[in-house]
Structure formats: structure tokens, C-alpha cells
Design a protein around this ligand. Sequence first.
Ligand code: ZN
Length: 369
Amino acid sequence: MSRIMAGSVSVIRSLRCTEFCGVSSARGFRTLRWLPLVLVAVLGCESSKKANEVGSQVSQPPASGSPASAPGAALAAPGTMGPSLRIDPAKAWQYTKEIVAIGPRWDGSQGQKKMGEYIHSRLKGDQVEEDPFLAETPEGKFTMRNIVAKFPGTKDGIIVLGSHIDTNYPLRHTNFVGANDGASSTALLLAIADQLRGKKLEGYSVWLAFLDGEEAIKSWSDTDSLYGSRHLAQKWQQDGTAKKIKAFILADMIGDADLDILRELHSTPWLEDTVLQAATRLGYQSYFFADSNEIEDDHLPFAKIGVPVADLIDYTYGYGGAYHHTTEDTLDKLSPKSLQITGDVILETIRLLNAGAGAPSAPSPQKAQ
Ligand code: ZN
């Protein structure tokens, strides 16, 4: 995962600093900046309010007829939206356990090699491509590779789902296994693949992007992080793929048993609204967007090339983030239910996008934030 952005509203700092800063420094979260969480504590109320507002919009019965172009607007009637797909949470859980059992999977490790082999073994018979590249890092050149699985649809356009497949490099001398941070979202993509496989997808193609080198090798910066996503975004911009991508939905740290996915503020608002709409349709809206913040994660390189993006991330992992980037990030902190919620919401989001949810077709005034 990802770095939370530094905030600039120091006046709010005193509100919950003892709660967050104390815990974080005790745990040695040097890359984290907890001040924004303080801001979140304040903004959370506002964001919850917004979430409720959006939720109330989508709770109205959808009108039948032509697909809508604006988020939150009427979509095709459920019967005309194509089948609802749901993940098998037992499978998602099994995959999470199997990935954790590989052990640490930092770039350059045997575990990372095994991780690639494992992904291929779970996608046997699917259309899978490797995207190898050489990453220039502060510790020298690293051989990395993204893995992309493609499930073709009948509609022109692509929805990409992403997860990072590496574990934290600076923690390589510990037994950090990244159960939530790396394993859970990758397992989720594999469970989603199970639902896409062998079906005629009446909608956009769905591609699964297993992204290498998300974590910083030394210290998080624009050039020391997001190696795989930066490489893939550049490649897809150059070969014209980027123009076909209707949405890039990233999952990160979504196995947390205490699931609380935040509204990520670098993400594309209409796409996040569509995710919330999907969550609301399934009755899962209370797990989404109670808080909001800016997170640097694998969605950013795609946002920079004009792709609509949504980062589905639960950043509050353990009290004050106590499990994040520590050896406490283990299976016992996760739950199959959280994988199910996130997986089903992603699949429902795809269904909404296929039915016409999307960017406003005409320029509209920016929402006040
Ligand atoms: Zn991480």
C-alpha cells in the first residue's frame, strides 16, 4: 500500500493527535503521516453526509429505458442490466491463505517469484500476459513484471481491476507476510476471475492487473513507489489501450475484518459515486466512505493519463493503523466477509458501468468539496 497524503491544516492537529500520532510513532510508521487522519476525523462527518445523500439518490427505483450517462442518475432496470455476479468468499479466503503461506513476497525474493507462479496457476486457461520491465530503484535495478489477465466482453471498452502483488521491501528482514497489504486484494482478483471465466461477458471487457513493485524500496517518493503501475500506465498510453479504459478500480487492504473503505480523494468522483451506488444496491453502503482522504496508490499513474480511477482502500487497519506495515498484518485480522463485500461491490459496479453509469456527458459544474 500506498502513502496517505500530508495534510496542511495544522489547526486541527490537536484534536486526535494523541490517538493517532502516539500509536503511529510507537509502531515506527515513518512513512505515514497521521495528520491527515486528524483531518479525516473532521471531514468524516461531511463525507458521511455526502455518502448518505448519494445513497438516498440511488435508493430510488431505477427507471427503465436508455442508459444514463450521469452518475447517480437512472440506470437501466435491474432486469436489463445483465446478470449479477457474486464472488465465492470461501474461495477468496482460500486464495488469501495460500498467498500468505508463500511467505514474504518482496521484490527480488523467492516469495515474489512464487507469487507469480501462483497467480499463473490460478489463471490456467485464461488469457494471461506478462509485462516484464526493469525498475530503477534507489537500491539498483530490479527485474519486475506485471501480470494481466484479460476476459473479453461484447462491448467496446475495458474495465481494469488492480491489486499489487509485492510485500513491503523495507520489512524484508522480518516475517512480514502482508495478509491484508498485498495478499487480500490479489486473492480477491483471483476470486473475481473465477466468476468471469467461461462466461460470455455482455459488457465491457474486464482485465485484471496484478501489479508489481507498489511498495517503496527505500523511502516513498514519486520515483520510489508504484513501479508496476507507472510502467503499465505508460505502456497503455503509448499503445493506445488507455483510451479504451472506461474505469480502473484498485483494491488495496480490503481484507480487514473491520472493513471501512474510505472515499479516496484522488479518485474520480463519478466513479466513486458509482461504487457507492453499487454498495447501496447490495446493502453494504455502511462499509464505504465514512471517511475521506488522499492516498497515493497504484491508481495514480492511470489517473495521470486520463483514466477514470477509484482506489478502494481501507487505510485504518488496526487501532490507529497498528497493523499496517508491521508483522501484525496477519490472517487473523482479516475476514472472508470483507472480501465478499468488496468483491461483490466491484462486480456490481461493473454491472452499473455496463448499464451506462459513467462520466457526465456534458461539462458540469464542479461539486463543492
Ligand atoms: Zn504496503
